[in-house]
Design a protein around this ligand. Structure first.
Ligand code: SF4
Length: 372
């Protein structure tokens, strides 16, 4: 049976060194190859001319660079959000999003093709689960965004520069990828090993060098994954998608809650915060008439009152498969005010970035599949 060529993005720097030595190459080449992969962001072996020809020949036969062609790219009307539908080697599609908030560049990347969790309002959940992504496929998405930031600005580039985009000696400072959220397609903690291996590669100080404090892993409430994160004391941020503060309402929105009920989830969150000393971000998709009343805000306050928590309120991104509508801005502000004034809980109302490009996870993949 033929051995699948090794994806270079699957390897940590140490694993790459070991591989070169195994092939009888001097480990001194590791640094240059790593530099090509993560500093120069080379997209092919042809773009690595300083490697010895014998090493390049070996890499050509036994490895591949998991670079994805872009099947579809869209940009929001304000130019600050770019969404890429990337074509994997097996013709599956995943979504990666580049977001420019004021002074911050963030990549939102996928961890699976589809998702098994089935959240009723989510386009990815409506599509079902196909497979886990490999660590290399997760890393390659961050590299894709880093490359996009380095590419010359297209004519559709934002007319207003992000706040902190400054100029030194008349030369714009290149934007650098600094923030990463695993909130794209898939449930990251359902693919724990590959996700954490990818995080280790992306944090390498000689590579993309993403700080752990700038990486957020989201979960819909996979309790074993939360407890494992706590036990391993991984320094990344954790975001838990709550959406409802009682078991019945939550199970109706998030079927995974039937497997990991709310009381078990909150117990795991408490363990996580106590073990790591970290605050958890609780995500709350605001759906008009469903979970956005003042009474709902008070149930959230009571549930989270004693925990180190920040609530991110996100008006629903409408999808064809779910009839709900986003909460109006004023109702979202009332919700937020109750959390802060009655429960001293910090919260944000997330900007609905890129709604004109179907930036909710899975929406672009569904639209593209329908047009194929
Ligand atoms: S919201 Fe996240 S966990 Fe839920 S179905 Fe969508 S991708 Fe999966």
């Amino acid at each position: 049976m033929p051995v699948a060529p090794l994806n270079l993005y699957d390897l940590t720097r140490e694993q790459l060194r070991v591989q070169l030595v195994r092939w009888d190459f001097n480990s001194v080449h590791t640094a240059r190859l790593w530099n090509y992969l993560y500093i120069k962001l080379a997209a092919s072996l042809d773009a690595m001319p300083e490697l010895p020809p014998k090493l390049r020949a070996r890499l050509a036969t036994d490895t591949h660079l998991g670079v994805f062609p872009t099947a579809l790219e869209t940009a929001s009307s304000d130019g600050f959000t770019h969404k890429y539908l990337l074509a994997l080697a097996d013709a599956e599609r995943i979504e990666t999003v580049l977001m420019r908030y004021t002074g911050r560049v963030t990549a939102c990347i996928s961890s699976q093709v589809g998702c098994a969790m089935g959240c009723v309002f989510c386009a990815t959940g409506q599509m079902g689960y196909t497979r886990h992504l490999t660590a290399g496929e997760i890393v390659a998405q961050a590299v894709h965004v880093a490359r996009a930031l380095r590419a010359p600005a297209p004519s559709s580039a934002p007319s207003r520069a992000p706040k902190k985009c400054h100029v030194i000696r008349d030369k714009p400072v290149a934007e650098r990828l600094r923030n990463l959220v695993l909130m794209g397609m898939g449930e990251p903690l359902h693919n724990y090993d590959a996700v954490m291996h990818a995080v280790d590669i992306l944090r390498d100080p000689n590579g993309l060098a993403l700080g752990a404090e700038r990486i957020t892993v989201s979960t819909v409430g996979v309790v074993p994954g939360i407890l494992r994160l706590a036990a391993e004391k991984r320094p990344v941020h954790l975001a838990v998608s709550l959406h409802a503060a009682n078991q019945t309402e939550r199970a109706a929105l998030v079927p995974a809650a039937k497997k990991w009920p709310l009381d078990e989830l909150m117990s795991a969150c408490r363990t996580y915060s106590e073990t790591t000393g970290r605050r958890i971000f609780y995500e709350w998709t605001l759906i008009e008439g469903k979970n956005d009343s003042p009474a709902h805000a008070r149930t959230v306050g009571e549930l989270l009152g004693n925990l180190p928590a920040q609530v991110n309120l996100i008006p629903l991104n409408p999808t064809n498969g779910y009839a709900g509508a986003p909460t109006a801005t004023e109702a979202a502000r009332v919700f937020q005010h109750i959390l802060s004034s009655e429960f001293k809980i910090r919260s944000t109302v997330r900007q609905r970035r890129g709604i004109d490009i179907a930036a909710g996870c899975g929406q672009l993949a569904v639209a593209e599949a329908a047009s194929r």
